[in-house]
Every structure is written in structure tokens, then in C-alpha cells.
Design a protein around this ligand. Sequence first.
Ligand code: SAH
Length: 388
Amino acid sequence: MTMPALNLSPAKANRSLPSRHLADLDLAQRREAVAELGEPAFRANQLSHHYFARRETDVSAMTDLPAASRERLAEALFPRLLTSVHQAECDDGTTRKTLWRLHDGSLVESVLMGYPQRATVCVSSQAGCGMACPFCATGQAGLTRNMSTAEIVEQVVSAARLSDEAGLGRLSHVVFMGMGEPLANYSRLVAALRRITSPAPEGLGLSARHITVSTVGLVPAIRRLTEEDLSVTLAVSLHAPDDELRDELVPINNRWKVAEVLDSAWHYAKRTGRRVSIEYAMIRDVNDQPWRADLLGRLLKGKLAHVNLIPLNPTPGSRWDASPKDVEREFVARLRAVGVPTTVRDTRGREIDGACGQLAATQRSDDPQGGTEELAHAPRGESRKVAL
Ligand code: SAH
């Protein structure tokens, strides 16, 4: 098999970032920003409260601000970042995918999932992705650009609002398992994690334990994250216990091998005390053999780890399919037999292309007006037009 092109940190990845937004700044920077606009520093707290606690982005509704200041503040700190161009729901309305258009026309998606005891949003960290994993729909189109801190945070704020409105309960969990490789957009990711976990009014005040960052295994970035003292949960997309197969399934493995990735993960686990989640997409006759389960078990035995098996969501154009259930059961049994905690991920959002690896929003190339957009990679080659 030919190796897909890897695009780790292309210079153009930061082009077209949007203008500064309140959520790009920490509280001290917000105070400076309002002072530069000729406002008293306490406005920073008022604005932060509106945005993070009340999830209000319309400055005209912030009636405790002097009318004369509102427009100036809106212009300087609340540029429009995300425009919803399509929403789809399934699982009786408990799974809701939103397609967002960014200021430069890039499209990204986020997915809200309501469960009896929690509500989780899966967010994107980049428009597209440069990691080129051959089974993942997002990876096929390559990287468009990094998302800004505020673009990442705004997905969470919007999901918190939607979760309340839709009766799904208070948003409690955030997983960075949407489009993009979060650790390839490192500084913006870390700032977003701080906004999400800082107590109000500085941030949203979610528990770091309820935030999961999923990575292909960018070893230097995992080591850096270990030093941040953030205590978010780390998920490593392993998908194969041996380098030969992982080189193909997760091309970054050609740079950082299984042993190095796991070593950095165990460091992370040791420092934070948090169990690392090992993600493993079950691909029929590719990585689901009993011997691979045994090898994986040997690598993970006795470690602070948990295996999350993801039934492969087939993407159009891919020759791969999910493993049969009996093969999956055998794989789970072999891991559990050596004491490795293992669960199988639910397949929420499948029919709206909202499940793992299915996010692949693209702009229609034959529609320069942007009047309609199409979600590419609908199952089995169908495509749906979405009115704006
Ligand atoms: N770039 C990050 C986040 C991506 S998506 C990462 O790779 O971890 C989150 C998970 O979904 C990853 O484990 C990814 O490998 C997995 N995934 C991607 N495509 C998939 C597919 N078609 N079926 C099942 N899981 C998939």
C-alpha cells in the first residue's frame, strides 16, 4: 500500500484564523482588552459572565452594559465565529450533529450526545485533518486549517445551550474526537482546555476529568501536555499493537512507533493519575485477529489503561468493514482475560454520519455562490443537499 501524505504542521495551517474573540483570552488579557477600548476592567468580568455562565453572545442583550459601549465591545470581542448551516438528529433526538461554517467558509462539525446521566459534546479542533488515516473520512480530504481557541470553545458553549434547550440536561463532558488532530493544534487546544475547565466567570467550569483529548500519538506533544497540569483524560488512537500494521493504519506511526507512543501515554497516566483510553477501531480481517488481541493485552497488562473498541464505521471509498460481532467478542474476552478493562463504544449518530470517523463536511465545489452545501461522505455514496 502506498503511504498517504503526512501533513504534520504545514505553514499554511494558521492562515485565515478569525479575528480575536473573548474566548481566545484569559481573564487578565480580557481586562487589558477592555481597558484598551476605554472601558473599566470590571467589564471583563461582566462579559465573561454573559458568555460563559449565561452563554449569551448577543451584546445587545447584555443590558447591564452601557448602551453606548455595547457596539464597540461586540465588534472588538464577539466576532461571529460559527454559523450553523445544518442540523441533523437521530437516536430519538438525543444525538444532534451541527454543521458549522467558519468565517472563511471552512466547514466543521460537532455532535451532541445526551445520555441518562450526562451530556457529551464531540468537538472539532481543525478544519480537516493532516494525519491521513486511511479508514477515517476526515483524513481523506487533508487539512484546511487549524481552528482558533475561540472557535473550539464556541462549539462547547453552543452545545451547552443546545443541551439545555433540547432537554438533554446540563452539558458535562467534552471529547476532542471530531475533525482534526487536537495535538497538531497544540497551543490553541491547551488554551481551549483552560477556558473549558476554568471556573466561572473565567471559563465554563467543566471538570477536567470529563474532558477527553484523543490523539494519533504525537509523542512530543503528549509529553508537553503531561507538563501542563491539566488532568484531562488522554485517549490514544492505537488501532494496531504492531508497527507493521500501525504504519499503515495510522501513518504518523512511521515517525513515532507503538512503544514510544505507549511510553509517553504511561508517563501521562503516572503524572495525572488518569487512566489512558486506548482507542481501537475493529476492522474486519485487518486488525481483529486473536493474536493481535493477545499482543495488545501484553502491551497493556498492568498499566493504567482502558481499551475502547470502536466498531469501524465504514466510509465511502474504503474497502474496510467492521468486524463481525463474534470476532469482537473474542477480542474483548482475550483482553479481559489478562485483566485489561475493555468496553465497546456505542455507535451513536451513525445514520447522520455523526459517528467516529464519519465527520467530513466539504463545500460543494460546483457551487461558487455557496447557496447550497453538501455533506459529502454520506453512507454508501448518497449525498444530501442542505438549504442554507
Ligand atoms: N485525531 C484524533 C481524533 C480523531 S477521531 C485521533 O485520531 O485520535 C476519534 C477516533 O475515531 C479516533 O480514535 C479515530 O481513529 C477513530 N476513527 C476514525 N475513523 C473511524 C472510523 N471510520 N470508524 C471508527 N473509528 C474511527
